[in-house]
Design a protein around this ligand. Structure first.
Ligand code: SIN
Ligand code: CO
Length: 376
């Protein structure tokens, strides 16, 4: 399952020719794939209060409507035989074995990976033609689904609809995906997937912060420590201004104020970026274990073939600041070394052979903060 999913295409060629540029269909990306969860499992998860689930009913002719979870089992009993889709976000976090699928995408920085959304569609089911702002890999895990796409389209949306469905959509390309096929779509490509027969689609979604997201995070920080962020100053004020005018001298003072502030510096401040990216779009924070482990217990666990496994809710990012390596896990900072930080980001599980004695204190801290689990 962890084999490279691009049908033998080297990652460099994919990035050069397709990444952020054009869609790519890979037939038989994982022909042997056996979906570890089926429609019933998904419906069960959609009843969990912690899961983010949607049920979209309708079709392009009649229009679409959406209901949000958590659902009750009875909600699924009255569904028609066709024209509905159940979608659940972050499924690999609720069902960690699914997270292994993400390992096939190691050619993308780990902090870019958002989640695996799983949808189960009855025949005719879909969410309507729409545009996403993120790159997505759509993997057909079972059943068949027809995808229509358009790179140029009218952006007008169906009025008064909760779903952002395009009002006028004309496909320029159409593919029917069979189980095992994978479709890459760059951000901004309109797409419309309709189930030919009942089946599961896994959307491997990537995240890319918008300027608005970054400014919102900075605004939160500024609100917590207003004094440190500075304030407008005009010590060299020349009193011969035109009253009320925001002149170029005023603008230059504001420009300098912002450029020198954490807002202006954020883009080059790798420490800030690593922290921000380790908690960006995190739907749920990893919970600390009820019983913390001791260093001796961790050592004994590893010596008896135990492993530490990354909590799928944790997002990791790290940077070097001078000679110091700072590892961030869901916004919390740890002192690690670059080799360990890279290993933790590239592998979901580490055994005794992957950890030196000097790695153990930070490994223990990460485990006791809930970022790593002790597993077999
Ligand atoms: C779906 O799985 O039904 C929708 C995925 C998408 O279009 O982004
Ligand atoms: Co989409």
């Amino acid at each position: 399952m962890k084999s490279f999913p691009l049908g033998g295409m080297p990652a460099t060629q994919f990035v050069h020719d397709y990444w952020h540029k054009r869609p790519l269909l890979v037939r038989r990306a994982w022909p042997e794939f056996e979906p570890p969860i089926d429609g019933d499992d998904l419906a069960g998860l959609a009843c969990d209060a912690l899961a983010e689930a949607r049920l979209v009913t309708g079709n392009q002719a009649a229009g679409y409507s959406v209901r949000y979870g958590p659902f009750a089992e009875a909600d699924f009993h009255d569904l028609p035989p066709a024209d509905w889709t159940l979608l659940v976000q972050d499924v690999e976090k609720h069902y960690p074995p699914l997270a292994e699928l993400l390992d096939a995408f190691s050619f993308i920085p780990v902090w870019r990976l958002d989640d695996i959304m799983v949808s189960f569609a009855a025949p005719g089911g879909g969410v309507g033609p729409h545009v996403d702002q993120y790159d997505v890999f759509l993997f057909q895990a079972s059943g068949r689904r027809r995808w229509q796409i358009a790179e140029h389209f009218d952006p007008a949306l169906v009025p008064d609809s909760e779903l952002k469905v395009l009002q006028h959509f004309t496909a320029c390309t159409e593919w029917t995906l069979e189980a095992g096929d994978l479709l890459y779509l760059p951000p901004g490509v309109a797409h419309h997937g309709v189930a030919v027969n009942a089946g599961l689609t896994y959307s491997i979604g990537l995240r890319a912060p918008s300027v608005a997201d970054i400014l919102a995070a900075l605004a939160d920080e500024a609100a917590q420590d207003e004094a440190q962020w500075g304030r407008y100053r005009d010590s060299e004020l020349e009193p011969n201004f035109r009253q009320g005018e925001i002149d170029c001298h005023t603008a230059i003072r504001f420009q300098a104020l912002l450029a020198d502030s954490p807002a202006g510096a954020a883009g080059t401040n790798r420490d800030w970026l690593a922290k921000f990216l380790s908690e960006y779009r995190l739907a749920q924070r990893p919970a600390a274990p009820e019983c913390p482990v001791t260093l001796n217990e961790l050592q004994a666990h590893l010596q008896t073939n135990g492993r530490v496994q990354r909590n799928p809710w944790t997002r990791l990012a790290w940077c070097e600041v001078g000679s110091e390596c700072r590892l961030y896990a869901a916004g919390q900072r740890y002192r690690a070394n670059a080799e360990l930080a890279e290993r933790l980001c590239s592998r979901r599980r580490l055994s005794a052979a992957d950890l030196t004695d000097s790695d153990l204190p930070v490994t223990l801290e990460l485990a006791n903060d809930g970022h790593l689990f002790l597993t077999e």
